[in-house]
Design a protein around this ligand. Structure first.
Ligand SMILES: [Zn+2]
Length: 416
């Protein structure tokens, strides 16, 4: 076959029909989906995906985390596979496209290569990672985290849902414990196609997001200790007000984030006052600062400055201050060669595109620890996600899948 031509596009209708077919499994209460990981609905979705993969001539393998790997062989027996992955599990009130678009576009890439008679040197593997969402079993991106060696398998098995059922028992119950050692397979490259889950592409009127980075984050849990006292009878100069210290720290976090533009964000989403009574100055305040940046130096710089300035703020007010890092991801820089392949594919297809940074975590962020990886994004209406009203158009869906097809074929190499 000659170099990829204009005819190398996916079948938009077939991709859309598959999305709609999968969405019938685990319907939500408001038009979206509730197909949480390791539920009966998840098992049913997996069965349908398996059937589609086998009909497409792929061979399925499952690892001990229940992650599904469907392989289309390449012509070179020594070549490592090119992976296309995402997730079929959803939030309890999730949309039809978050994750699902990536997995079913991977399937559509294979179906299209079959239609077009394209054979590649490297095998191509479509992957459905278990428990990306983390809604039922925390943390999110659990199976890809184990795959990347960042999370221990036994720890993953021990994770409990709100009913006290463990991940390990539920994986067994739905019949998807595989034989394969987690992380044993090696990757030539990893692609993930996902809805943006933010408003930028739609606002900029771009069809394709060329994802260059994944934000890193720190969650810093502050515990401030003041002195509980009557709000009416305690003079201002005799207060040890942990609430006031918190307010100043919240304002300072805003300043630090604003001074690290563009690209950095910071804020406080959770705070607990104790005793939380309207006429008692709080003796204890616990709150979490969430800071994110695609740049490691900026991220760590923000953390250091926030901790130092918080200590000063507290000292001036006589308030005790301790900080614990309760969550962390390093920023990810996606592989420049794969990023270029995505951009070139968008250009060759005549799709409008822009560079974008993933604000949310994805399995690709863990895959990037063990292989060259990147992502492709398409817009979603109003930037809405993790919501049953999440919406995309058929044209948006297929444009990204076209880009995926081209970038994967380019990376896997057309067989001579
Ligand atoms: Zn997702």
């Amino acid at each position: 076959m000659a170099a990829p031509g204009e005819n190398m596009r996916v079948n938009a209708d077939r991709l859309w029909d598959s999305l709609m077919e999968m969405a019938k499994i685990g319907p939500g209460v408001a038009g979206g989906n509730n197909r949480q990981t390791l539920t009966d609905a998840d098992a049913e979705g997996r069965k349908l995906f398996k059937r589609w993969c086998e009909a497409g001539g792929m061979t399925l393998s499952v690892d001990k985390m229940g992650t599904m790997f469907a392989t289309r062989p390449g012509t070179d027996p020594d070549a490592l596979p090119v992976y296309i992955g995402s997730h079929l599990d959803t939030q309890p009130t999730g949309g039809k496209y978050d994750g699902v678009l990536g997995v079913l576009s991977g399937l559509e890439v294979i179906r299209s290569m079959n239609d077009l008679g394209i054979r590649t040197k490297h095998p191509v593997v479509v992957t459905n990672w278990t428990n990306e969402e983390g809604a039922r079993f925390a943390p999110a991106m659990l199976a890809s985290g184990v795959f990347a060696g960042a999370i221990d398998l036994e720890y993953a098995y021990s994770r409990k849902d709100p009913d006290g059922k463990t991940f390990g028992d539920e994986l067994k119950r739905i019949g998807w414990v595989g034989e394969e050692e987690v992380g044993a397979r090696k990757m030539h490259a990893y692609f993930e196609y996902h809805i943006e889950q933010g408003p930028i592409l739609e606002a900029e009127n771009k069809q394709i997001g060329v994802v260059t980075h994944c934000q890193g984050l720190w969650w810093l849990e502050f515990t401030l200790t003041g002195r509980e006292a009557h709000t009416g009878s305690t003079p201002m100069n005799m207060r040890v007000n942990a609430g006031l210290a918190m307010a100043r720290i919240v304002e300072m976090v805003q300043t630090v984030a604003m001074e690290n533009q563009p690209g950095c964000v910071g804020g406080v989403g959770q705070m607990f006052f104790s005793p939380n009574s309207r006429n008692v100055l709080p003796g204890k305040v616990v709150f979490t600062v969430d800071i994110r940046s695609p740049d490691q130096a900026k991220l760590d710089g923000m953390r250091a400055r926030i901790e130092a300035e918080a200590a000063e703020i507290c000292e001036a007010l006589g308030v005790g201050c301790s900080v614990e890092a309760v969550g962390h991801f390093d920023p990810v820089t996606f592989d420049p060669t794969l990023v270029s392949a995505v951009r070139k594919a968008a250009e060759d297809l005549g799709y409008s595109h822009m560079n974008i940074i993933s604000g949310a975590g994805h399995d690709a962020c863990w895959a990037a620890k063990v292989a060259p990886a990147t992502m492709i994004m398409c817009p979603c209406v109003g930037g809405l996600s993790h919501n049953e009203a999440e919406d995309i158009s058929k044209e948006w869906a297929s444009a990204g899948a076209d880009v995926l097809l081209r970038a994967v074929v380019e990376t896997a190499g057309i067989a001579e």
